[in-house]
Design a binder for this molecule. Structure first.
Ligand SMILES: C[C@@](CO)(OP(=O)(O)O)[C@H](O)COP(=O)(O)OP(=O)(O)OC[C@H]1O[C@@H](n2ccc(N)nc2=O)[C@H](O)[C@@H]1O
Ligand SMILES: Nc1ncnc2c1ncn2[C@@H]1O[C@H](COP(=O)(O)OP(=O)(O)O)[C@@H](O)[C@H]1O
Length: 302
């Protein structure tokens, strides 16, 4: 079932989250790792649609719909948490039909579940015309997952702490990129457990007002500290990286805890050519050419 043409009142984009860099800089007493992350979002992603309904309903479509459990979906957890917060304020939150178009691979390091939860929160706040303080919404988002607050912002940013300390980056430009996933899921907790070093140097960001070239130069000096343990756990990451390197990218890196890797290119045409070559060589992989949102774009433009 596609959401288009079904009369949904609201369709909210759920852009993929890309960790352009991820430095592990410490660990909290509860075991969670302290991170320094340079994050952006893509035009390509999932979509969450909302319509009024007699009783609550949830439907899923899209390439990766079959891999998800309807009952325990982050979209439903987001709905229930927001409804709970609103009922505490005596704000009505009547039944809704939520539809998820699942285009992003699951457990792949690009935050699909977090993006869906954030899109559901954004859409339901609009649908229920709920005046909820930004701070309370951010706290509620964090309870749903470490990546959900940044997916709520859905624009270029630096995230610190476990992801909750967010600074928006107006100057980060849009990049053409290719996402490649070998369709092997990676379990995030396992990757963190296998880290050999937990106190690495923080991000060194370029000066304010830097150009795209300055950002690329700065990013080439950054890392994803989760890449080494992820490669040990998921052998396919090596092959994905090697294939991406043959397409003349400006930068190749893994996102999040993997296994999705991305290549950055000078133009969207170059990214599309690279994606076509990768799809030819590996029709069994997930490959997509897209663009990241720039710091001044609203996520609604995705
Ligand atoms: C690694 C990142 C980078 O953006 O992305 P993904 O690979 O998930 O896309 C995130 O920090 C993932 O955040 P999120 O996916 O919300 O993780 P959660 O479900 O909250 O945590 C899953 C588990 O990973 C470990 N974990 C997670 C985050 C963190 N900063 N330190 C940790 O040690 C914990 O064992 C936790 O129980
Ligand atoms: N809407 C959703 N999309 C993806 N995963 C979901 C969703 N709801 C619940 N999950 C669960 O959350 C876990 C993490 O998924 P995901 O956000 O795709 O990982 P990642 O952040 O590594 O890309 C999965 O194992 C999946 O079972």
């Amino acid at each position: 079932m596609a959401a288009d043409g079904m009369g949904f009142a609201i369709t909210e984009p759920a852009p993929a989250k890309i960790n352009l860099a991820l430095h592990v800089v410490g660990q909290r007493a509860d075991g969670y790792h302290l991170l320094d992350m340079l994050v952006t979002f893509t035009r390509f992603g999932d979509r969450v649609s909302i319509a009024p309904a007699e009783t609550d309903r949830f439907t899923i479509s899209g390439r990766f719909a079959a891999q998800l459990d309807n009952a325990d979906n982050l979209v439903l957890r987001a709905r229930d948490r927001l409804r709970g917060a609103l009922s505490a304020r005596q704000v009505a939150a009547p039944p809704v039909h939520l539809h998820l178009e699942k285009n992003l691979p699951v457990a792949s390091g690009i935050g699909g579940g977090s993006a869906d939860a954030a899109a559901a929160l954004r859409g339901l706040v609009r649908h229920w015309t709920a005046a909820i303080p930004e701070r309370e919404l951010a706290d509620l988002a964090l309870e749903l997952g470490a990546d959900v607050p940044m997916c709520l912002a859905a624009r270029p940013l630096v995230a610190r702490g476990i992801g909750e300390r967010i600074t928006l980056l107006q100057t980060l430009p849009s990049f053409a990129l290719v996402l490649v996933n070998p369709l092997v899921g990676v379990a995030t907790p396992e990757i963190f457990r296998r880290l050999s070093e937990r106190h690495n140097p923080p991000l060194a960001l370029p000066e304010r007002g830097s150009s795209g070239a300055d950002w690329l130069a700065a990013m080439s000096g950054m890392r994803n500290d989760l890449e080494a343990p992820a490669r040990l756990l998921c052998r396919e990451i090596e092959a994905v990286r090697a294939r991406l390197e043959t397409t003349a990218p400006r930068l190749v890196r893994m996102s999040g805890s993997g296994a999705t890797c991305f290549g950055l290119y000078d133009t969207i045409e170059m990214a599309r050519d690279a994606a076509a070559a990768l799809e030819d060589a590996h029709p069994d992989w997930f490959v997509v050419a897209t663009q990241t949102l720039d710091g001044r774009q609203d996520h609604g433009a995705a």
